[in-house]
Design a protein around this ligand. Sequence first.
Ligand SMILES: [Zn+2]
Length: 280
Amino acid sequence: MICKSITNKIREELGKMKVFFMFMGSIKSLLNQQKYRAEIKLNPQHNRIYAPGHAYWSDALNDGIDRGNKPYYCPVGWTRCSFYVTDRFYEKFKGWCICYHGTKFAYGLSILLSGLKPAENDEHGAGIYVSPSINYACHPRYAEVKLIDASYGSKFFKSGKYVQFVLECRVHPSNIRKVAPETLDAQNTIIDFNINNNIIEWIINNQNKKIVDFNDPNSSIVCTGLMMRVTNDHPGLLTESQWWYESHLCNNEKCCVLGIALDALQRQRFNGYKCNVIYD
Ligand SMILES: [Zn+2]
């Protein structure tokens, strides 16, 4: 019985991953990237739902695990699909900090399969851009908001209407080349009540590599999971997204990928539409 339920659970997780890959684009790009990463191994016993009543803590986590010199706050509202990185993970990654990298679907698959590439918009110089704040990393300029297609969405996401994905990564503090302010014109608002706007971007040393491979044990950054947030309406209606409207937000799909016209979203917001996170 337990065996059966675990199998079903794993199947369900794989199903969500499959939907993720369906969103990601063509098999061709998948095959092109295969040479960099043979497969993504899942680690379902470390999957988590971060919310009151599930995995939840307030303030910086104090559980005795060394995550470098950076505090780790609960990514409330997000579910983690955990990747297998290595045996004796806590030994190897003792002192490594948790951070997040928002993904757009067109690039996400190649990011997952090949490693993070150096950022092209390098306001703070060359490197890989990550954030200790998932609420910053999931801004639609970084993490696409995707409308779930009812035909396959309902099977895996139940009542979910929109989904966002953010990569959970680990980086050793010595590889954080620079800690820098936000670059989304958010100087008049608070992005994350736990993390000051001035220290919300980390630029990671890419070791002068064009592609940083997560499978390389000497890589400066590894990807440890896929963070997912499913909502019953547009995530721009969540309380934690209200800073979007006091920072950069646009209708140019090469920049902010909202999954809805910006004026339609603003109308919904004006009319007091509410949105909830779905956990299942
Ligand atoms: Zn934009």
